[in-house]
Design a protein around this ligand. Structure first.
Ligand SMILES: [Zn+2]
Length: 154
C-alpha cells in the first residue's frame, strides 16, 4: 500500500509510528470507541520503520498516563496533539520505570488478584520490554501481558 494521505483533523490527536498491525490493540487499550471520530491507516510505508500504522482521533487528547499504555505496545510511537488544524505538541511515548494500575498480574495466585489492591510493576528492561510484579516478583515479557492490560475507562 502506498502512503495514504489521511484528511487533516481540526482538534484531536494523531498517533504515528505504530508498528504495523498494532493499531487495533492501541485503539482497544486507549478506550477509543465507535462513537469517536477515528481514522486508521495500516501497513503504510515509512522510510524509518518499514511499515507502520497511524491513528487519528478527533476531539480527544491523551494524558501522560494514557501514553504510558501505548509505550507498552508501541515503544516507537509518537503523538501529535492538534488544535485548530495546527500541531501544538509532539512527543514520543515513553515507558515509565514503574507502572501502576494499568496491568493486571497474570499470576492467578498473586496477592493482587486475591485482594482489592492496586497492581505495581517495575520495568526491568525496555528492549525487549520486561516487567516485574512488585508483589509476586514474577517477570513478564510484553507477549505475556498484552492480554492483561486494563483498557482505559472513558
Ligand atoms: Zn503478581
Amino acid at each position: 500500500m502506498k502512503e495514504l494521505k489521511v484528511d487533516a483533523i481540526k482538534d484531536g490527536t494523531v498517533i504515528d509510528h505504530i508498528p504495523a498491525g498494532k493499531a487495533l490493540k492501541i485503539i482497544e487499550i486507549l478506550g477509543i470507541s465507535e462513537n469517536d471520530q477515528l481514522m486508521i491507516g495500516t501497513h503504510l510505508s515509512s522510510k524509518k520503520y518499514g511499515k507502520k500504522d497511524i491513528i487519528k482521533v478527533e476531539n480527544r487528547e491523551f494524558s501522560q498516563h494514557e501514553l504510558n499504555l501505548v509505550a507498552l505496545i508501541a515503544p516507537s510511537a509518537t503523538f501529535v496533539t492538534i488544535c485548530n488544524f495546527g500541531s501544538v505538541k509532539k512527543s514520543q511515548v515513553e515507558l515509565p520505570a514503574k507502572i501502576e494500575r494499568l496491568i493486571k498480574c497474570p499470576n492467578p495466585t498473586c496477592i493482587t488478584n486475591n485482594e482489592i489492591m492496586v497492581t505495581k510493576f517495575l520495568v526491568e528492561s525496555k528492549s525487549p520490554i520486561a516487567i516485574r510484579c512488585s508483589y509476586c516478583e514474577r517477570v513478564y515479557r510484553i507477549d505475556d501481558i498484552s492480554k492483561f492490560i486494563i483498557p482505559l475507562q472513558v
